[in-house]
Design a binder for this molecule. Structure first.
Ligand code: C5P
Length: 312
């Protein structure tokens, strides 16, 4: 793997991926978003974002999934940096290097993680002294999934997913992430969820996180957590990508404690008993022809943090 060199004077921030342990989708709101009740867990797949002053705006992709990173102004990291520059009247352009190890468009919030990392990096580079609330506000403006990677750990999300509250949890959980298919677009999956609900005449209540999931997190018991995993977007993801259901069923048959589509998919997240069980499950899934990429990770892990500054 060739790694693009970090520019002199760069600030580097490391940021985790997430999995939604529970994702309850409420009614569609007048603004087009859905009210959510969700529990996020940050997991040990990380991107690293480095920002440095440059003559013009540029994105330098590197890492495992570098070919899948958009390099234009649509990149959420560029939008994050421009938002900070605008708000604090900083008249400078940046080179933004994204070292990508979080699967792209998989429902693991990789793009959102990069935006969160960019906010933290710009704050440090430009010496703005932003506090957690400032950063969370900017993050919420960029996307529903952007505030969580700032916090990391486990957190409950409400509103459209951007309003966070801490969750009492114990223990470390071992995951296998199976990537079966090309990316699913988040708006497409929500639209399919609406379509299926309308077709079936489902009355959609305001969403709530289940007491079973909260109890499982408090106890640190992976079997209880495996049984409590839930994603309301799963039927929509299965409808758009029928092979995902086969993949989920295969993982559970191979011994996972639970398996769910991660966020809006198409990655399927499997919870296992231990590090060794995760290795065994990876071997079984690799031997099936149901997925094209497998990643192991543990959670929870810390949120976005600076790992290198110009003084290092
Ligand atoms: O907030 P973000 O830009 O990540 O959302 C992407 C899309 O996902 C939205 O445009 C919307 O279609 C859908 N979405 C939703 N309800 C949410 C979060 C996202 O409908 N709570």
């Amino acid at each position: 793997m060739t790694v693009a060199p970090t520019l002199p004077g760069a600030v580097t921030v490391r940021v985790p991926a997430k999995v939604n342990l529970e994702l309850r989708v409420g009614p569609r709101r007048p603004d087009g978003y859905h009210s959510l009740a969700t529990v996020y867990q940050a997991v040990s797949l990380h991107d690293e974002v480095s920002v440095a002053r440059w003559d013009d705006w540029q994105v330098v992709p590197t890492g495992t999934y570098k070919s899948l990173i958009p390099t234009d102004g649509d990149n959420l990291a560029v939008r994050a940096a421009r938002l900070v520059a605008e708000r604090w009247s900083v008249d400078e352009a940046l080179s933004i290097r994204i070292d990508k190890d979080i699967p792209v468009a998989g429902g693991m919030a990789g793009g959102s993680a990069d935006a969160a990392a960019t906010l933290v990096a710009c704050d440090q580079l430009w010496g703005l002294g932003l506090d957690r609330d400032d950063l969370a506000e900017l993050a919420g403006m960029l996307g529903s999934d952007v505030p969580f990677p700032l916090a990391g750990g486990n957190a409950m999300g409400s509103g459209r997913g951007e309003q966070l509250a801490p969750v009492l949890a114990r223990g470390t959980f071992h995951w296998v992430f199976a990537i079966s298919d090309t990316g699913l677009s988040t708006p497409e999956v929500y639209a399919e969820c609406d379509r299926l609900r309308e077709r079936d005449g489902v009355e959609v209540p305001e969403p709530h996180v289940s007491p079973e999931l909260m109890a499982a997190l408090r106890s640190g018991d992976p079997a209880a957590l495996g049984a409590a995993l839930h994603n309301d977007l799963e039927p929509a993801a299965f409808s758009l990508r029928p092979r995902l259901r086969e993949l989920r069923d295969a993982g559970v048959e191979f011994g996972a404690l639970g398996g769910i589509v991660s966020g809006s998919g198409p990655t399927v997240a499997f919870l296992t008993e231990s590090h060794e069980a995760a290795l065994d499950l990876s071997v079984s899934l690799a031997a099936s022809d149901l997925c094209r990429d497998l990643r192991r990770a543990k959670g929870p892990v810390h949120g976005a943090h600076v790992v290198a500054t110009p003084r290092d």
